[in-house]
Design a protein around this ligand. Structure first.
Ligand code: PHE
Length: 500
């Protein structure tokens, strides 16, 4: 339907200089908005027509008047309700809708007479026939025959609130440079066929829309874990820490457990908690002297410790595993540090993957990332550890910390770290920490006045809190929505205000 109206409008313009949307709509009995909409759609096809907007004042029917236009005026209906010869009892007549106005108007027009001698009074016709002039006027206004708001009869209708002034927005439309009565949908693209056939010279192209949004270029984006990792890295670097090499996911039990004074019967070394490798299943090369000292400290005790007093097995220490914590990396670094001629204080950190044979749920996966920091220096105390932890977590926006005694085979004392989460309104565990045991440090070759403080936390947990992710499977694994990575903002861990 709208395309046939398009054709009609174009045909009209081919023989007329100008089209006025208001009068065109009225002449054809069309809705004005439909005509304006059609003009708009022709304009969108290219440089076919030009339009100019105008406003003008006119008169229109009120809602009440539309009822009168349809059903007749009140006075006319009153007259019609009176039987021609005998008349009607007045109370009966006044029951009609809008009888009061109708009766008053009909009386003043001299259409009726009232016989007050009978009880109740009788109303009778005074003339034989009447014309419904009001309805007729409304018709003329409706069909735009009558538009002058100052005409006497119009003023009268305005007083009766049947007619009101209205503003009309209409358009005058003229032909433009690309005018044609035969418009086809313009081409949006230049094709190789058009070039070959030469039709590009004559086809109608859609004008360029410089306001259109372009196609989004595809781009790579960083996973939230990588963004948060970068932030943590920055914090360590600011604090003067050096990153440790963490490129070996495969570790052997010696560096992952034994060197950390973790007994060979410890539950963490069970297949239920640790992934063991089948190929290659074992490592056979170790620093021999160091291995002997580690064996001794476990089996018989040494360096002032009575050890665990059990039958330490070489084949158990040889077993290859996927490292269960990055403390294995720290251990290798500390051993190297201990081999240097003179001791040099050091601050190291790492952020990388570890693997555990966990039951998977919304907060646990078989692989996750650990963040770990350590400081080796002369005579460090638990007070130093607590001080460094406050400094570190303050940079993450956490100022309220609590420490709870804990147990790790390789640290004494050990502390779980809790931070008060303002959003969750409760204390949440944010990490684990401690001072490495002499049973771990002395076999490496450190002197007794060297102590090492260390702490570790997961990368996933703060990432989930920062990005509002409740299920770890929405962060890592095959069910991750890649759009989540695109939409997520850059990461800024806001440091707590410094108190200095
Ligand atoms: N390795 C510990 C863990 O996996 C974390 C830790 C690191 C604890 C350093 C103490 C010292 O939870």
């Amino acid at each position: 339907k709208s395309s046939s109206l398009q054709a009609e409008i174009l045909l009209y313009l081919s023989t007329n200089n100008e089209l006025n949307t208001w009068s065109y709509a009225k002449e054809r009995g069309l809705d004005h908005q439909l005509v304006v909409g059609t003009i708009r759609s022709i304009e969108s096809l290219g440089d076919v027509i030009k339009s100019e907007q105008h406003t003008s004042r006119s008169i229109g029917l009120t809602d009440e008047a539309k009822g009168l236009l349809r059903d007749g005026s009140y006075e006319y209906n009153i007259f019609q309700a009176i039987p021609a010869d005998k008349g009607i009892e007045q109370p009966q007549l006044m029951k009609l809708p809008n009888a009061n106005i109708g009766f008053a108007k009909a009386m003043s027009k001299g259409w009726l007479q009232v016989d007050k001698s009978s009880k109740p009074p009788m109303v009778k016709r005074k003339v034989d026939t009447v014309q419904d002039e009001v309805q007729h006027l409304l018709q003329r206004i409706h069909s735009l025959e009558l538009t002058d708001s100052s005409a006497e009869e119009v003023v009268e209708l305005k007083k009766r609130k049947l007619v009101e002034d209205v503003t009309i927005n209409y358009f005058t439309v003229t032909k433009s440079a690309g005018f044609s009565t035969n418009i086809s949908k313009p081409e949006a693209d230049l094709t190789s066929e058009m070039l070959q056939s030469g039709s590009w010279k004559t086809v109608n192209f859609k004008p360029k829309n410089f306001h259109a949004k372009g196609l989004l270029p595809s781009y790579g984006c960083l996973h939230p874990l990588l963004k948060v990792r970068t932030e943590y890295r920055q914090i360590f670097l600011e604090m003067g820490f050096t990153e440790m090499p963490t490129n070996n996911f495969v570790e052997n039990s010696f560096w992952n457990f034994d060197a950390l004074f973790t007994p060979q019967k410890h539950p963490a070394r069970d297949v239920q908690d640790t992934f063991f490798l089948s190929d290659p299943a074992v490592t056979t090369k170790f620093p021999e002297e160091y291995l002997q000292k580690v064996k001794e400290v476990h089996a018989t005790g040494a360096f002032g410790s009575i050890g665990y007093q059990y039958d330490w097995q070489l084949d158990e220490t040889q077993k290859n595993v996927l490292r269960t914590h990055t403390t294995a990396v720290s251990t290798r670094m500390l051993y190297q540090l201990a081999q240097e001629k003179t001791f040099r204080p050091a601050k190291y950190f790492s952020i990388d993957k570890v693997f555990r044979n966990e039951n998977l749920d919304s907060t646990h996966l078989a692989e996750f990332n650990q963040i770990e920091g350590l400081i080796a220096d002369y005579n460090l105390t638990l007070g130093d550890l607590i001080g460094v932890l406050y400094q570190f977590f303050r940079k993450l926006g956490m100022t309220k910390l609590r420490f709870k005694p804990a147990y790790n085979p390789y640290t004494e004392p050990s502390m779980e770290i809790f931070s008060y989460h303002e959003g969750l309104q409760r204390w949440i565990e944010v990490g684990n920490s401690g001072m490495f045991r002499p049973e771990m440090l002395l076999p490496m070759g450190f002197s007794e006045d060297v102590s090492v403080i260390a702490w570790g936390l997961s990368l996933e947990r703060p990432t989930m809190i920062l990005y509002g992710i409740n299920n770890i499977r929405d962060l890592v694994g095959p069910e991750v929505d890649l759009k989540m990575c695109r939409r997520n903002p850059i990461c800024r861990v806001i440091p707590a205000k410094s108190e200095e």
